[in-house]
Design a protein around this ligand. Structure first.
Ligand SMILES: CCCCCCCC/C=C\C/C=C/C(=O)SCCNC(=O)CCNC(=O)[C@H](O)C(C)(C)COP(=O)(O)OP(=O)(O)OC[C@H]1O[C@@H](n2cnc3c(N)ncnc32)[C@H](O)[C@@H]1OP(=O)(O)O
Ligand SMILES: Cc1cc2nc3c(=O)[nH]c(=O)nc-3n(C[C@H](O)[C@H](O)[C@H](O)COP(=O)(O)OP(=O)(O)OC[C@H]3O[C@@H](n4cnc5c(N)ncnc54)[C@H](O)[C@@H]3O)c2cc1C
Length: 632
């Protein structure tokens, strides 16, 4: 599942990468440890001639608990996508050698989603051939950018470009924040950390106030638009191209989601295999909780999601690489498709894993509430994915906007993009392929059901919008009246994408892998499809993709699937090939000794380093001895 990291032994031989000790670290210690780790991985890369892929896998092996995440995942990619060749030649070597440390400063205290309303300005001053950057009011300050608080020496600041009295919209500007001599903020720069978060506290997300900070004209990243010395704005590509970095990170978030749900399902399934509790026969032996149908129902969705997201990431990476290669050659034909697809799939993947991680946590009972189980920590670290790189609701709406355009083309007899080719079909010619119970065991039949449900959802909201417009509603009111249905249609399309990628990937694999493996993957794919229909049965019925009889057959087949997956469940998570130090969980160790590892973790608890707590001498001793308490 994960490209086996041949350098795992090298990485985990070093105490720095052994994760047990992170519990109890202060924020400053977590921050410092994360920086130390990234720089040490960089040294290992040089010492052992690792590839960039090895470097990236090492970071994933540490669950991204490293420093400079935004420098690596946004600042450098933004230079690659937004800078001219000359600007790349200047800034990339500095960034890649960590001579400058960067962040991507777009979100403000008052705005994150609505980029058109960002308040930071960059005003061109022709007298000095400079831009003057300012955050005019409290709500304008940059707020959230990773590494901004204490680390970044530079930021790519997204600001409204002002020339004369005209606003040319959001453009990217390279701004130095700190001295490269003593790391002190430069004149006009007020910068700091925004404070503790629910998780990811090794990251110094920060705030930035710009008080008339002057930068040279050549600091505007000018691949897509530039300002001439005499103040003329020249657009060389669509201004949507300035959004390119976000598209890439949305792709990365799908893989991040895949990585977290693999951890969660591995912990839940391995622990459920060793945990024995209660018995079905009075006086009989206690059962592995993994044998309870309800426990399987709780955690097998996370197992199936792990594989579904793996296959979808692989497919979307190929789609992105094709689109990006064209875009970098100036051909924006695929820009709308890749934006629509990745907006929706980033939202769907992060929604899916945050829900399933909580189910994994719950499935571990009381021990799931211990930090040492790590499944709760994993959930906390995953929660931001529903917000970063675009709030999920807003991302679904971007996907829906793309789908509306595609169905309009389909209905007009025009070509549509490959991912929405199903919209060309005649929706009325559909007949449910499941006409008897055994038909539910055919993933291709299920795929037809998903297709019809998605097509129906998109067609239905398109019709409703048209009806509202023809009834006299203006565009924005008609849209706002249908936002929930638009989100629903986007989710339906995304769930179809996951199912299609799963079916097609297994079909391709079975041509080369053993029949045993093929049969296990087919079973998991079938389960993923059945479970998806059951959990959204209302929408599948509403779309008439299935009827009540089919739903009854599908529900029965889903429960049978649980029993079919059970014998391979542990092997399927072992196949993730995740090192114990990556999973870090006392409940999910490969050796299965959950209780021993829990007790070892408890013994490492700082409070247990002394038998008698300081509070005894302050409060408890007199209390227990019946002595009057001193004034508190
Ligand atoms: C070390 C490894 C680590 C790997 C993992 C890294 C993870 C990093 C974790 C955290 C970092 C977090 C970073 C951030 O959060 S950065 C900030 C992210 N912010 C956002 O995503 C803002 C969301 N808002 C928007 O994107 C936009 O405001 C909008 C899309 C909601 C609205 O755009 P706008 O231009 O205001 O209006 P329209 O909707 O009318 O769109 C206009 C037009 O542009 C097209 N379009 C919009 N976005 C894109 C895009 N990204 N790419 C291409 N095209 C885009 C849109 O489709 C419209 O096109 P049209 O229909 O043809 O007119
Ligand atoms: C951990 C973390 C790291 C981050 N790192 C960075 C970074 O490195 N760089 C950076 O620039 N930013 C960063 N961000 C900021 C992030 O990009 C924004 O928080 C995100 O884009 C959401 O915007 P917002 O916070 O303004 O939410 P809002 O848009 O204010 O969302 C609030 C509510 O309003 C709803 N809403 C908003 N607009 C609409 C609409 N048009 N239609 C329907 N509903 C709507 C949303 O769905 C949501 O329910 C980070 C955030 C987090 C949590």
């Amino acid at each position: 599942m994960q490209k086996t990291f041949k350098n795992e032994k090298i990485l985990f031989a070093e105490p720095l990468f052994q994760c047990d000790g992170l519990a109890g670290f202060t924020r400053s210690e977590l921050y410092e440890n994360a920086i130390h780790r990234t720089l040490r991985i960089n040294q290992l890369k040089k010492e052992h001639n690792w590839t960039q892929e090895d470097f990236d896998i090492a970071i994933r092996c540490l669950n991204y608990e490293v420093g400079f995440v935004i420098h690596l995942s946004m600042f450098i990619p933004a230079i690659e996508r937004l800078a001219t060749d000359d600007q790349k030649a200047k800034w990339l070597p500095l960034a890649e050698s960590y001579r400058i440390l960067g962040t991507y400063a777009q979100t403000e205290l008052g705005h994150g989603t609505n980029l058109m309303a960002l308040e930071t300005t960059a005003t061109f001053d022709p007298r000095t051939d400079e831009f003057v950057l300012r955050t005019p009011q409290l709500s304008s300050m940059k707020w959230w950018p990773g590494s901004l608080g204490k680390t970044a020496t530079h930021a790519i600041v997204l600001a409204q470009l002002i020339i004369g009295n005209k606003n040319y919209g959001m453009n990217p500007f390279m701004v130095q924040l700190r001295s490269l001599e003593d790391h002190m903020p430069l004149p006009g720069i007020i910068v700091g950390d925004i404070g503790a978060k629910l998780g990811a506290n090794s990251n110094d997300n920060g705030f930035l106030i710009l008080n008339d900070v002057r930068i040279p004209r050549e600091n505007m990243l000018a691949r897509n638009s530039k300002v001439t010395k005499d103040g003329r704005y020249i657009q060389t590509s669509t201004n949507k191209a300035n959004y390119a970095t976000m598209v890439l990170v949305r792709l990365s978030i799908i893989r991040w989601a895949e990585d977290t749900i693999k951890n969660g399902s591995l912990i839940a399934i391995r622990y459920s295999a060793v945990r024995r509790q209660s018995s079905l026969q009075a006086g009989g032996p206690e059962m592995q909780v993994l044998d309870y149908q309800t426990q399987q129902y709780k955690i097998f969705p996370s197992l199936a999601a792990s594989y579904a997201l793996f296959f979808t990431y692989e497919a979307m990476m190929k789609e992105y690489e094709i689109a990006y290669a064209q875009i970098m050659r100036g051909n924006n034909q695929l820009l709308g498709q890749i934006h629509g697809q990745l907006s929706g799939l980033k939202a769907f993947a992060s929604d899916l894993v945050t829900y399933e991680l909580e189910m994994c946590r719950r499935s571990c009972g009381g021990h799931g509430y211990l930090k040492a189980s790590v499944v709760g920590e994993t959930l906390l670290h995953t929660l931001p994915l529903v917000t970063v790189e675009g709030d999920n609701t807003v991302m679904y709406l971007q996907c829906a906007r793309y789908l509306l355009k595609q169905i309009a083309k389909a209905l007009a007899g025009q070509d549509v993009d490959e991912p929405t080719s199903y919209l060309k079909k005649d929706i009325l010619s559909y007949t449910c392929p499941v006409q008897k119970g055994e038909h539910c065991t055919n993933p291709n039949y299920l795929l037809k059901i998903y297709t019809q449900r998605a097509h129906s959802a998109i067609a239905s909201v398109a019709r409703q919008l048209q009806f509202d417009l023809e009834s006299g509603k203006d565009q924005s009111s008609a849209f706002n009246n249908n936002l929930v249905s638009l989100v629903q249609a986007a989710k339906a399309h995304c769930q179809l994408c996951l199912m299609k990628n799963f079916v097609e990937s297994v079909s391709a694999l079975e041509r080369t892998c053993s029949e045993n493996l093929a049969s296990v993957l087919r079973q998991l794919c079938l389960y993923f499809g059945l479970h998806g229909i059951v959990t959204a049965s209302g929408e599948f019925l509403e779309s008439e993709a299935i009827g009540l009889q089919q739903l009854e057959w599908i529900k029965a087949e889903e429960l049978k699937s649980l029993a079919a997956i059970r014998p391979n469940a542990v092997a399927l998570v072992d196949a993730f090939d995740l090192h114990d130090q990556t999973v870090m969980s006392a409940l999910g160790r490969y050796d299965g000794n959950a209780y021993q590892h829990l007790f070892e973790a408890a013994k490492r608890e700082p409070m247990n380093q002394t038998q008698v707590p300081p509070a005894y001498y302050k409060y408890l001793r007199d209390l227990i001895k019946g002595q009057p308490l001193a004034k508190l």
